[in-house]
Every structure is written in C-alpha cells, then in structure tokens.
Design a protein around this ligand. Structure first.
Ligand code: SF4
Length: 444
C-alpha cells in the first residue's frame, strides 16, 4: 500500500463521472497518486449514485466488497449522490466506512482525506455540510471527463423541475449553471487535447443559464463554443427538456456544422393524463409540432427519448397511447425504464400499484416495437457515408460511433479497416443490425 495513493470507483451517470474526475484531479494536484488496484491504495473512494433503488443497491454492494477486503491503514470513503441523501443509512450498512462526503462537496475530498490521515477522528467522519445548493466554486478544476476522443463537459448541475418521480432535486438541489467563461476555459483545454467530440451534460441542458439571467442560455453558450473552440468537430447536446427546445436552438442545430444533428429529449410518457400525474409537460401537441419543426429544419436529425412504463395509475389505454405515439413518431433511439418507487418524491403518495410483471411486460412491448423501428432506420443508412469517431479496434474491425450514437446508450458502427482511436473516419455503411451498423472505412 503506497502512502499518498488513491483508488477511485465511479458509479452512475456521466455527471458523476465528471465529479469523479474532478476529485481525482484535486487529489493529484495535492500530491496523491491514482492506482488501479484497491490493494495498493491508502484511500479507497467510491463516488456513489443514489438515483433509484437499483443504483443504491449497487453502491452499497461495491462499498461492502471494498470494506471486506480493506487492509489495516486503508481508508474507505463514500462520496456522491447516495451519501448526500442517505449518509446515515450508508454508515449503518457499511460500518467499516472511514469517511462520508456528499455530491455537493466533491471539492472537499482532499480536506476529508487529510483529516482522516492526520487527525484520526471518530469514524465514520461525516462531511455533509448542508449546503443550500451546489457550489459554483470549482477550484479551477476541469469539470470534464475524457473518454478516448470524446469528452463529457458539465455545463450545469442540480434541477428546478417538478418531475414527481425524480430524486435529483432532493439530492442536488436546484439548477446551478457554470459561468460561460469556466465552460469555455474547459472546452479550450479539451481542444488543446485534440478532443473530437464535446458532449454537453447537465440534468437539463435546456435550462442552462436561467439562474444566470440568460434567456435561451443554451443557444448563447453554443454560440460561444462554436466561436471559441472551432477545432472540435462535434458538439453533442444531451438531456433537453420538452417545452424548451426553442426555434433558435433548432436554427443553430440546422446551421452550425459543429453541432451534431442529434438531440436527446426525454419525454417520459405520451398520454396527457399520465404526464400530468408525473408533473411533466403534457402538451403533446407542442411535442409533435416541435418534432415536425426539427425534422423539417434538420432532415437527418437523430432523435432520442426516454419513457417510463408502469407509472402509478397507468391504464391499458394510457399505455396503448404510448405505443401508438412511438409507432407514429419513429424515434431513432429510445430508453425505457420501469417506474421506480422513490420515497420523498412528489409521486410517493401514489404508491407503486402496477405489479412488476405488468411493468416488465409493458417495457418489453416498447422495446420490441422500437427494435423494428430502429432496424428500419438503420436499414435506411445502407449506402450512406457517415463520419464515425473510432473508440476501439479488434480483429481488423474498427469500432466507433456515428453522429447518431451517444456513448454508452446508443448503437455502434463496426467498420473494416484500421483508424487510430480518437480519430473521426468516413465509413461507407454496408449493413444494418437492429441497433448497430456495419461498414467499410473510406480512404482518408
Ligand atoms: S428534469 Fe430530469 S433531473 Fe430534473 S426533475 Fe425532471 S427528471 Fe429529474
């Protein structure tokens, strides 16, 4: 075990990955060394996810495994969203914990580590100062996470939306946008690093800047990015909130070549009654009109969305309305999740009346319908030449993603030929699978 060393496990979403990277950067800046085996580390850090029950169970399991293998002198620290909301519960579940830190205070990781190493305080050391909201102070640390030629860039965190099923506002508090100058500084550093794809992330990117007094803040930010980092070929927008995809945003997506013709806009359902119970925008007329507007302005648009099935009170008719909507709109990508009962959210009084087997049955029906649609959409790509960012190489096959694919959640492109990882290659599409594409690398 090396004295100033740490081993870090990052769980959950891309926003948590960025927080993990920022904690690692702070530790490295303060003389620590990152190791890739737990047995070698003095500090064992788990950046937890607390979004839904299954992610909470996973976090506890990872902590318990590290606790069982913990050696004398090692310090086990739990950080992130689960501890932010349920610190006492985590301490009870994993009594071998030495330190507990919340997601709002990722920047205090060095101070917590130093106190544990030097003062030998009563364990576990709770560092959960009840900050009203996320801090804007980033200690000059990059709020990005690089993966090959791509980078997640956090533009804001927290959320002020009232979605009845969601725990994010309970964990992170309201929306806190990063100053444009800080985002541009990170983006310029990534451009220096020859990053090819910038993936803008927040809980809701379309509310970027509203707390800074910006109207249509995401468009303002995009204008700064396309001006200040012209050598990053791809800018991808994730997590747009329905009702806030403005005409200006559509115009920028249609005219700015760096902004990918890809949008992730979680809708969660399609029946106005279900959406009303979810406390989500229920104006389906707006949704349809906006999708038509986007497709008219951006004919090769790739549209991704997310749905929840089995929400309390979801009748067969409401579910059928969802299926009909999916069959009509033909989304390119869909994520679907069974409703997860979350104590403390506005949906708690509704309970969890839909049986798990019915949720599963509805989830499978959505996936089956979408699989056919996705296959058709992929079939239509045959003969096209797509730009593909290469992420791996195996058995003479380069593996990557086209503009139609966000990392970890969408499809892949498998192309004959070799191009270095991190580069964008032109690929002639020759075959289509339900979610992935096959092709040949074109001479560069
Ligand atoms: S917009 Fe997203 S993060 Fe915000 S409350 Fe709704 S579901 Fe949660």
């Amino acid at each position: 075990m090396k004295e100033n060393s740490f081993y870090l496990v990052s769980l959950g979403c891309a926003k948590n990955t960025v927080d993990s990277n920022s904690m690692a950067a702070l530790l490295l800046q303060n003389g620590y060394r990152q190791v890739d085996r737990a047995a070698q580390a003095r500090l064992l850090i788990v950046n937890t996810c607390g979004f839904i029950q299954s992610s909470r169970d996973e976090a506890i399991q990872v902590l318990e495994e590290l606790a069982q293998k913990k050696r004398h002198g090692q310090l086990l620290i739990a950080a992130g969203c689960l501890t932010e909301r349920f610190g006492q519960y985590v301490a009870k579940k994993v009594p071998q914990l030495d330190g507990i830190l919340g997601t709002k205070n990722w920047m205090d990781i060095v101070a917590v580590a130093e106190r544990l190493r030097s003062e030998n305080p009563i364990k576990p050391l709770f560092h959960l100062p009840q900050a009203a909201q996320l801090s804007r102070d980033e200690f000059g640390i990059s709020r990005a996470a690089i993966q090959g030629g791509s980078a997640y860039l956090k533009i804001a965190d927290g959320c002020h939306r009232p979605c009845a099923f969601c725990t994010i506002p309970l964990i992170k508090g309201t929306t806190v946008s990063r100053p444009i100058s800080a985002i541009i500084k990170d983006a310029q550093a990534l451009q220096e690093n020859n990053i090819q794809e910038l993936i803008l992330i927040a809980q809701d990117t379309t509310s970027y800047g509203y707390d800074l007094g910006l109207k249509d803040g995401l468009v303002t930010l995009l204008d700064h990015l396309t001006k200040e980092v012209p050598h990053i070929p791809w800018i991808r927008i994730m997590y747009a909130y329905p009702g806030y995809v403005t005409d200006q945003l559509i115009e920028r997506m249609a005219t700015q070549p760096q902004i990918l013709h890809y949008l992730d806009m979680p809708l969660q359902h399609a029946h106005p009654k279900t959406l009303a119970r979810m406390q989500r925008p229920a104006n389906m007329d707006w949704v349809q009109k906006t999708i038509e507007k986007m497709r008219a302005a951006i004919p090769d648009l790739t549209l991704r969305t997310t749905f929840i099935v089995g929400y309390p009170g979801e009748t067969e008719d409401e579910f059928q309305a969802l299926l009909d909507f999916i069959a009509e709109i033909h989304f390119d990508r869909i994520g679907v999740f069974p409703f997860s009962f979350e104590p403390g959210t506005a949906s708690e009084p509704l309970g969890d009346p839909i049986p798990p087997e019915v949720k599963q049955e509805r989830l499978e029906k959505v996936m089956l319908l979408q699989q056919e649609i996705s296959q058709q959409k992929n079939q239509a790509q045959i003969g096209n030449i797509l730009s593909v960012i290469i992420e791996g190489y195996e058995n003479n096959i380069s593996i990557g993603r086209s503009y139609r694919d966000a990392p970890e959640i969408d499809g892949l492109v498998f192309a004959d030929g070799k191009v270095s990882v991190g580069k964008i290659a032109q690929v002639k599409i020759t075959g289509a699978l339900p979610y992935d594409l096959l092709g040949h690398i074109q001479e560069q």
